[in-house]
Design a protein around this ligand. Structure first.
Ligand code: SAM
Length: 295
């Protein structure tokens, strides 16, 4: 039963998440998303979930724990609160340089001859990453949206996927985009906020989808390029180790994998990937990834 009393912001901010409630919630979030929250993240969890206590008029975290255990829809809210969605346009720009100078020219050539080209931003957050991929592509190939080239952009968190699909960015966020590209591929919004909206050629290239990387993927590729950057850093090593062969399995031979600056492939993954840069890899043509069963 939910408490009916209204709980103020200052009250929930003082409410302490006990070690035992933290342990239960951390185990649930790990099972659901792969995100590992060690004991030192207890205060972080407490502050991020305080809002949910207010929404439900709950006086303490034990009540919230019981709610999440009973109500599956609350799990999605908890996931949204606990995922870190920090991103920006052209983040870790060396990857976009490699894409522009080494990877895309051959792929564009293939598409011009009628071939199929697929890219994936896995863990796309609010869309800046797939949008930067699309802008890099359109800069080299302005008619890319008329060829068989598509970018899949996926994330576990429906709220960020919705925002990504809207394609509206504040002037501050959009200032991270080189001026030439911003002028060509964004238009002023209809409101008086000075927000910028992504133009149709960019939209046409990207499909957005809610997808939990830990679950079964409803496609088999092949992808030519996968960006999965700053996502697995929140996972335990064992979860990361299980994920790499799954990426290898859906990558075309010679396909590229880009990961975040503080992430590394596990040693076992190096049987099917060779490095092309510090955090960029190429699938070894002859390799065959063996994938363990997923949910
Ligand atoms: C820090 S953002 C990274 C965004 C972008 N890739 C970048 O590097 O700027 C991490 C994203 O991973 C997503 N994520 C976390 N666990 C996930 C999972 N199990 N499946 C899919 N996405 C996940 C989060 O929702 C979040 O939006």
């Amino acid at each position: 039963m939910r408490a009916q009393t209204s709980v103020s912001q200052s009250e929930t901010e003082k409410t302490v998440l006990s070690e035992s409630d933290f342990a239960v919630l951390a185990a649930m979030i790990r099972r659901e998303t792969g995100i590992h929250m060690p004991p030192q993240k207890r205060t972080l969890m407490q502050s991020r979930l305080a809002r949910r206590l207010r929404v439900h008029g709950l006086a303490d975290f034990s009540g919230y724990r019981r709610l999440v255990e009973q109500d599956e829809s609350e799990m999605a809210h908890m996931v949204s609160c606990l995922t870190t969605n920090v991103t920006r346009f052209f983040r870790e720009n060396q990857h976009f340089d490699e894409l522009r100078t080494v990877v895309l020219p051959d792929l564009i050539e293939r598409a011009r001859q009628g071939g199929r080209v697929r890219l994936w931003s896995a863990g796309c957050s609010t869309g800046e990453e797939p949008c930067s991929m699309a802008l890099t592509l359109l800069d080299l190939c302005p008619d890319a949206h008329r060829l068989d080239i598509r970018i899949l952009a996926s994330d576990l968190d429906p709220q960020v996927v919705q925002k990504a699909a809207r394609g509206i960015y504040s002037p501050d966020r959009a200032s991270q985009i080189p001026e030439g590209l911003r002028g060509r591929f964004f238009s002023a919004g209809t409101s008086d906020t000075r927000d910028l909206t992504v133009a149709e050629p960019v939209r046409a290239l990207i499909s957005f989808r809610v997808l939990n990387l830990l679950h079964r993927w409803p496609f088999s590729g092949p992808f030519d390029v996968i960006f999965c950057r700053n996502v697995v850093i929140y996972f335990e090593q064992s979860t990361q180790t299980e994920l790499w062969p799954r990426f290898a399995e859906v990558l075309a031979s010679g396909g590229r994998l880009f990961i975040g600056h503080s992430e590394r492939l596990s040693p076992s993954a190096m049987t099917f990937f060779e490095p092309t840069g510090i955090t960029s890899y190429k699938k070894i043509a002859s390799s065959q990834a063996t994938v363990s069963r997923v949910r």
